[in-house]
Design a protein around this ligand. Structure first.
Ligand SMILES: [Zn+2]
Length: 93
């Protein structure tokens, strides 16, 4: 899935510009919001030679940063979780 690939830099950029960034995990269907770059880096063990984020909980590269270009951006929380659920059905089952 496109949004889950090469997504590290845009996630960092969004956090730096807006002072927060939300990221969804397709596999666990959860959304978390970060306001500190250090915590984001620590949780995702961000490494600059691998630009695709991997979930620290399920170890799957199915992380969707909710940035302006994301299909999740203009949705409310309930709709976001619904769409994560749809993507999981398409991608993992
Ligand atoms: Zn996960």
């Amino acid at each position: 899935m496109k949004e889950a690939t090469n997504n590290m830099w845009k996630t960092i950029k969004h956090l730096e510009e807006k002072e927060y960034v939300s990221v969804g995990c397709i596999y666990y269907k959860t959304i978390e919001t970060y306001s500190e770059l250090d915590k984001l880096k620590k949780d995702f063990e961000l490494q600059f030679d691998n630009c695709t984020m991997v979930c620290p909980k399920c170890f799957i590269d199915a992380i969707i940063p909710i940035t302006e270009d994301s299909k999740l951006w203009n949705l409310n929380d309930r709709e976001r979780l619904e769409l994560l659920k749809d993507w999981k059905t398409q991608g993992f089952e």
